[in-house]
Design a binder for this molecule. Sequence first.
Ligand SMILES: C[S@@+](CC[C@H](N)C(=O)[O-])C[C@H]1O[C@@H](n2cnc3c(N)ncnc32)[C@H](O)[C@@H]1O
Length: 412
Amino acid sequence: MATVLKLLSSVSLAIASKPKKLIHHTNSFSNLRTVSSNAMRMPKKTEAALAKEKRRTRSDRELDKDTIIELYNNNSHLHIPVMLPQVLDVFSNFELTSFVDCTLGAAGHSTNVIRGHPELKYFVGMDVDPVAHDSAQSRISSVLDDNASNLKVFTVLRNFRYIKSVLRETGEKHLGTESVDGILMDLGMSSMQVDDPQRGFSVLGDGPLDMRMDPQASLKAEDILNSWPDDDVGRILRDYGEESNWRTLQKKIIQARLQGGLHSTSDLLDLIRRVTPAMKGGRQGWIKTATRVFQALRIAVNDELKTLEDSLYSCYDCLAPGGRLAVISFHSLEDRIVKQTFLNIIKGNEDMEDSDMRKMIDEIKEKEAWIRQVLHGSNGIILTKRPITPSEEEETLNRRSRSAKLRVIQKI
Ligand SMILES: C[S@@+](CC[C@H](N)C(=O)[O-])C[C@H]1O[C@@H](n2cnc3c(N)ncnc32)[C@H](O)[C@@H]1O
């Protein structure tokens, strides 16, 4: 039985032939342009639905019965991968010989990518959480063929901000290059993290004020609440939690230090409950405030926004020409960064014949029905002018998917 070993160990997988990659252009183009699909004719919608549709594209991809059984019945104790069919679509139409999952989690996306791409020769799964690695390794092993011979699998306990050095250490030796065909980032927390009260992520359970994705990291939520300067506490509640009542919360958190500080999630929840006006958001309004406060602390503890922005540039640098980076985000702060960074990436100054670019885009859209409107510049193509959101069916099956947004960029 093949096994997945940690960094620098490998396992094998049988190879089958697939059509060659579609895109091999290195040309460039100066202005960002929008190309709409003629094939996409929307049914009539109400004004409100149209306004919403302007900002996102709801996926109509249904989950097939076997996938539902596998994800929601057989493996329901593990994290359920969000927007799985949509992620598979992103990588389905070209030869994927190398793939990096920056957020391995329980390898729900990765096992399906590996299964769907027998031509894959090199796979890297990164995650800062050792618990994720334990689940992922056994799950990946289970989808590897006993006779497998050519897939190198690396699972690396490292922050995705170090993707370049991880590829230098692993890819150069095994691929002869540090560039890869596909990269996935599925941001946020896994269910394994949220459901364990000892990690301190959940507003529902009692546990320490930890919130570290990487248990080796030094900063915990407790440190921020009990020792950061007053203004910094207020700033993260305002900027990372988008919490309107941040001034009062800041004051109460600082005052709590005089009574020994806050040391458990229920200490913090009690404070929030006392501070939140009874009329705000109804009787359970304080839960919404708590969710925003927890989000703010988690972002600060894990330095999520700066890490995301820096890593998007690094990931793009690691793509081979024609390669794709897919990012699933779960709140507006993340999505804004993904959107803006993709726009920054595709910009450039050189000229490119519009007709060349048009031809390339038409070719892609002809083969891939999931692509609606694209934006292109001299350095790349954003394949999702508007983010794709889960199907109604998935939102019903998996509440966690409701805030998900998928954006994809392709290198040229
Ligand atoms: C939503 S889960 C991924 C789930 C996975 N796609 C699956 O299908 O099972 C996100 C994972 O990313 C990890 N993570 C978050 N930030 C990270 C970072 N900067 N570097 C590496 N891993 C990170 C978390 O520890 C978590 O396990």
